[in-house]
Write a protein that binds this ligand. Structure first.
Ligand code: CA
Length: 69
């Protein structure tokens, strides 16, 4: 039973990562691996948190920065 719960949590966690990846890919309109502030405007939530997510303040969200979203 305990193993089943752990397995379930792993599946849930990997699904969440996958969903974030899909959002990242869909927002990365020019597929350069970075989300610009213009690309982020396609999602109002990401756009609103852009400055917070852009931890190195280069004006782009990398996959690593976006993972915090
Ligand atoms: Ca950045």
């Amino acid at each position: 039973m305990k193993k089943l719960v752990i397995l379930g949590l792993c599946v849930l966690a990997s699904t969440a990562v996958l969903a974030d990846d899909e959002l990242f890919i869909s927002l990365d309109a020019d597929s350069n691996g970075l989300i610009s502030i213009t690309e982020a405007e396609a999602d109002s939530d990401v756009s609103a948190q852009f400055a917070e997510l852009d931890t190195n303040t280069d004006g782009y969200l990398s996959a690593e920065e976006f993972a915090e979203y």
